[in-house]
Design a protein around this ligand. Structure first.
Ligand code: OAD
Length: 262
């Protein structure tokens, strides 16, 4: 656990901490990851399901897949990794959690300062453009950021926009879509920190993956927590090979021990 000790030492002296998470963080809660063993993209092709083109072609199938994921997530609870990060979010002077996960488990654990990079699976938005004001429905009928709907299953599939009756879509960011400007700005701002921890992500999908390098360029101590090697493994200051739900609580115990010794 020498590597974990180095992260604990860095965190013990830190004022500004940022954590970037991906699907591996929720693996310990029983939610499948996208890539890797048993990953969601092993059985489904991303371009068949998580793109605007796929939705235009076959909204029924895309919704079926999201309904399956909503059901799995509804049954899941935050794990020890989510809880450790939540504790950090209340401790450090400046804290940010940038997550690519759409499951909401970080919020359920009580984490403050969450930047949701890829949206939320619990939000639904009009896909027919009534927010911009389509000719048939009148301007600004429903909010551009969509609405929350936690019903599992949804009463209607595909769901409809309550304002214009048009087709509704999951409130997530798909491949080929832009991260909202404010979200991107918040994530880039969070890259200015003392310690940057990247946990449970394959570090393949941009722009999230680029944040590690950005933080490093700005002088942060960088650490990765992942049972497998990723493109980030070779460049971080310390790579900890292990499961987030085991490593992060262990790091937290080391931080407490260091504090007790002082
Ligand atoms: P991936 O499925 O690509 O990667 C999950 C990572 O978690 C892998 O590197 C695993 O080794 C690691 N992992 C598995 N179990 C773990 C555990 N218990 N503790 C720590 N790590 C573990 O998921 P993401 O990196 O989140 O985007 O994928 C990024 C984006 O690609 C997703 O947000 C999604 C996907 O397509 C969109 O849908 C737009």
């Amino acid at each position: 656990m020498e590597a974990a000790g180095r992260l604990a030492a860095a965190l013990s002296g830190a004022r500004r901490v940022t954590v970037l998470t991906g699907a591996g963080l929720s693996a310990g809660s029983g939610i499948p990851t996208f890539r890797g063993a048993g990953g969601l993209w092993r059985n489904f092709r991303a371009e068949d399901l998580a793109t605007p083109e796929a939705f235009r072609r076959d909204p029924e199938t895309v919704w079926e897949w999201y309904e399956m994921r909503r059901a799995a997530i509804a049954a899941a609870r935050p794990n020890a990794a989510h809880r450790t990060i939540a504790a950090w979010s209340r401790r450090y002077e400046r804290f940010a959690l940038v997550t690519q996960n759409v499951d909401g488990l970080h919020e359920d654990a009580g984490t403050l300062g969450v930047v949701r990079f890829h949206g939320s699976i619990w939000r639904v938005a009009c896909a027919d453009g009534c927010a911009e004001g389509s000719a048939s429905t009148g301007a600004g009928a429903c909010p551009p950021e969509g609405w929350e709907d936690r019903r599992v299953p949804l009463p209607e599939r595909p769901p409809r926009c309550p304002a214009c009756g048009g087709l509704a879509r999951p409130g997530v960011v798909w491949f080929g879509e832009r991260i909202p400007g404010e979200t991107l700005a918040a994530a880039l701002d969070a890259a200015s920190c003392d310690v940057f921890v990247v946990a449970g992500t394959s570090a393949l999908v941009t722009p999230a993956a680029g944040l590690v390098e950005e933080a490093q360029g700005r002088g942060a101590f960088t650490a990765e927590v992942n049972p497998e090697a990723t493109p980030a493994t070779v460049s971080v200051d310390v790579a900890i090979a292990g499961k987030a739900e085991e490593v992060l609580p262990a790091v937290e115990r080391m931080i407490a021990e260091r504090a007790a010794e002082r």
